[in-house]
Design a protein around this ligand. Structure first.
Ligand code: GAL
Length: 802
């Protein structure tokens, strides 16, 4: 019997007559803006990110309705002041093997309105630049070389932020060698129930193509991380090729941000016992529910979202996605204690979702910034009627296997929330999500809360999401039938990393001559608020199920409060700046969200030659409840967190400190009076040394993969002769990379900088900048050399590529 089974296994392996070939098309692309001049590029590619920055690219005369504006004024930098508008063209050659029976291209997103042609014939089109889509190219290909062309078109005033331009996410060629195959986007596994003892996973899939020739069979198996099969099913297929089964998993390892355990689901398709197709998908076992009684529960445990909203750009890399850059983002957020991201306001990339699955980050996956009613002249409203449902379908089908995604969002601040018929669209889109995925709840971010409640729009949603509008939370909780609400978008506090303004004032409309915002985290917009305001609601109301802060990182475009100021081309909302460097606000959120490690962080910096004797408030962000501040060893008294006033509950503040050079030191204490930590800031002398520190996607290996894609992020700063960080240095530095790597970009986080990201020189901003270097396919060593010509300083760092 055993022998027979072995023979069968061998014969199955040996007689696998057909195979699936999935090839990521990253190399060998040509790109042109005008079809006259072509250049070689690697995909993912963003044609606009290297500028030059110019006000003329996206100058607009508009009233921003969302911000309550009535009069039109001239706005610059709203979409990044980069040349993303216009056409772009790509072409490449793909090889189709003789054995090919079916070929398709799967695009994870192309900006925008991609038309795909094969051998000169139009094969497919998709309107929305953010969505994944597949194109069946079988009718257009021949054995051997085939030309694929992708034509893109970005129209002006089609976005409220920088969308990028180009094939900015991966493209995969899928070739199968039998008439029958598993259909792309149709294999779906979800957890129907799960506890520590048993999980029930429902699996559906669809086989397309010729099902009538011979006996078809499907085997579905779930593998744990050690490679053991933990559940298996041999299924029959309906005449339409639909497959459906239930896998029982004993003692499942449940997925969570703290323990992101992934299984592999392997689906195999047989014809007359011969293997003809095989797919592998990462899946996780977990439940995610929202109820009046329990609020949001992951695996039955109530928790509040400690979330951030993220736009899709990666700062100096633009929209072109990169695994190392995405890992860096998610890790930094996790270290802050953040456990969720909202993909504002569009479909995420598969690469980002894979990373969230494996690193442990929950996701609210969003779809639209508008439906029928346009928020900007040429926005998605042009397409909604024809494409809205198809876009939701591809969002859900493409991403529903990711355990990280715990909720869908059908929109952000949709104007229809206060209009007749809006409620019906909301219901339709939500029902569609449920039909395609019975396992997740649906939300959307509402800003006109009164209108939305009046029209019944808010009542329709599984999860009512409030954007800001804290003063409406009470009413929402009292009147909404759901019995809970989510802070789908919160804060919109503005600050510039390492920049401090005096006197320190709480304000919702402050601007300064230098185009920066105050690093004391006391400024926001007329419609928004400070982190402290959100936390009162999160802490005092059980029915408020968490928040998604606007935003985790600064992004290109939307330079509020400097929409009418030039130059300014990127946001001030980020907890981290555009270079990915933490602002002080990072430590404010960390003090609240990271419950595993202590936070003790002092601000501002202490190098103020012009402020001798002037009042210079000192803040400490800490999870401790009390702290004592010393200026040059002299106590400024103990301060304890308290509920009086707007800023005292979550920050320790010494508002009357007079500046004198030297050092400030804080000692922080927990509620029991135990010391939990200290922080010190010292006055810096003249810069004497360049400091270079590299961040890698893989912290343990401290090297890059020699694959042409991997990146390291090198933070550069200046220190004085005693090693003190020089916080106001703005020296211009130059960069050179030699060896087995290339220079990719630099970014200093200054929203008013017009220095191109790919130029090999840039000024430090508030003492820091980040240089991004990229591996080649050659293993060895690359060297980054940084030069400060003014001070005759130079430093190199070696980075291994393996
Ligand atoms: C919100 C909007 C976001 C962003 C933010 C800035 O109302 O949803 O996309 O514009 O304001 O505060």
């Amino acid at each position: 019997m055993k022998y027979k089974a072995l023979l069968l296994a061998l014969s199955l392996a040996a007689t696998a007559t057909a195979q699936r070939h999935e090839t990521v098309l990253d190399e060998g692309w040509m790109f042109s803006r005008d079809k006259a001049q072509w250049e070689n590029v690697r995909v993912p590619h963003d044609w606009a990110i290297n500028g030059p920055f110019d006000k003329k690219w996206d100058l607009q005369v508009v009233a921003i309705e969302q911000n309550g504006e009535k009069e039109k004024t001239e706005k610059s930098g709203r979409s990044g002041s980069l040349p993303w508008i216009g056409e772009g063209h790509y072409k490449t050659t793909i090889r189709i093997p003789k054995s090919c029976k079916h070929a398709e291209l799967v695009f994870d997103g192309a900006m925008s309105e991609p038309t795909v042609s094969v051998n000169g014939r139009r094969a497919g089109y998709w309107a929305y630049g953010y969505n994944a889509f597949k194109v069946d190219i079988t009718p257009y290909v021949k054995t051997g070389d085939n030309t694929v062309e992708v034509d893109l078109n970005n129209v002006e005033e089609s976005s409220r932020w920088y969308p990028g331009g180009g094939i900015y996410r991966p493209v995969t060629l899928v070739v199968t060698e039998d008439e029958a195959r598993f259909e792309t986007f149709e294999t779906f596994a979800y957890t129907a129930k799960a506890d520590r003892k048993l999980a029930e996973m429902k699996v559906t899939a669809k086989v397309a193509g010729n099902l009538n020739d011979g006996t078809m069979g499907v085997n579905i198996a779930l593998y744990d991380q050690k490679g053991f099969i933990v559940a298996e099913s041999h299924c029959n297929m309906t005449g339409t090729g639909d497959i459906s089964t239930v896998l029982d998993v004993k003692k499942p390892q449940l997925w969570s941000p703290e323990s992101p355990y992934l299984y592999k689901l392997v689906t195999k398709l047989y014809r007359d016992r011969k293997l003809i197709d095989r797919q592998t998908v990462n899946v996780g076992i977990r439940t995610a529910t929202v109820t009046k009684e329990g609020g949001f529960q992951l695996n039955g445990q109530t928790r509040k979202f400690k979330g951030v909203c993220l736009h899709h750009d990666l700062g100096p890399l633009g929209a072109a996605i990169n695994k190392a850059a995405l890992i860096r983002q998610i890790k930094m957020m996790k270290a802050m204690g953040c456990d969720a991201i909202r993909t504002a306001h569009n479909m995420p990339s598969k690469m980002q979702m894979d990373i969230c699955d494996s690193l442990g980050m929950m996701v609210m996956a969003e779809s639209f910034d508008m439906w029928k009613y346009a928020k900007c002249k040429n926005g998605y409203a042009r397409f909604f009627d024809e494409w809205g449902d198809r876009d939701i379908e591809n969002l859900v089908k493409n991403h529903r296997n990711h355990p990280s995604i715990v909720m869908w969002s059908i929109g952000n601040e949709i104007p229809e929330q206060g209009m007749k018929g809006g409620k019906d669209i909301a219901r339709r889109l939500q029902d569609l999500c449920h039909r395609l995925d019975p396992s997740r709840t649906v939300t959307q971010g509402m800003d006109r809360v009164d209108n939305a409640m009046h029209t019944g729009f808010a009542q329709v949603m599984d999860v009512p999401g409030f954007n800001y509008r804290l003063h409406k939370y009470e009413k929402g909780l009292k009147e909404l039938p759901q019995g809970f609400l989510l802070g789908s978008e919160t804060a919109s506090t503005v600050s510039s990393r390492g920049v401090y303004k005096f006197p320190v004032e709480v304000s919702n409309k402050k601007t300064y001559a230098d185009g920066q915002c105050n690093g004391y985290d006391t400024e926001c917009c007329p419609w928004s608020n400070l982190p402290d305001d959100d936390w009162r609601w999160q802490d005092d109301y059980k029915q408020v199920i968490g928040e998604f802060v606007w935003t985790g990182y600064d992004y290109l475009g939307e330079p509020t409060p400097y929409d009418e100021y030039w130059p300014s081309r990127s946001s001030y909302f980020g907890i981290c700046d555009l270079a990915g460097l933490p602002k002080d606000r990072y430590y404010l959120y960390r003090s609240k969200w990271n419950t595993k490690e202590h936070t003790v962080h002092l601000l501002p910096h202490w190098t103020w030659p012009d402020r001798k004797g002037k009042v210079t408030p000192v803040y400490c962000y800490t999870d401790g409840v009390e702290g004592e501040l010393f200026v040059n060893g002299k106590s400024q008294g103990r301060v304890r967190k308290n509920k009086e006033g707007r800023l005292n509950r979550y920050r320790l503040r010494w508002n009357d400190v007079k500046y004198e050079p030297g050092e400030i030191r804080v000692v922080a204490y927990d509620a029991a009076g135990n010391k939990i930590g200290e922080d010190v800031k010292r006055t810096a002398g003249a810069p004497a040394e360049l400091i270079l520190t590299a961040e890698y996607a893989d912290d343990n290996r401290k090297a890059l993969t020699a694959d042409g894609d991997d990146m390291a992020f090198v933070t550069v700063s200046l220190a004085d002769k005693d090693g003190n960080f020089c916080p106001t240095a703005d020296d211009e530095l130059t960069f050179e990379v030699t060896g087995t790597g290339t220079y990719q970009a630099a970014c200093n986080g200054d929203a008013t900088s017009l220095e191109p990201f790919n130029g090999t020189q840039m000024k430090l901003f508030a003492g820091r900048l980040v240089v991004v270097v990229r591996s080649t396919k050659t293993p060895g060593i690359m060297t980054l050399k940084v030069t400060d010509k003014k001070r005759k300083l130079q430093k190199t760092i070696d980075i291994r590529t393996v």
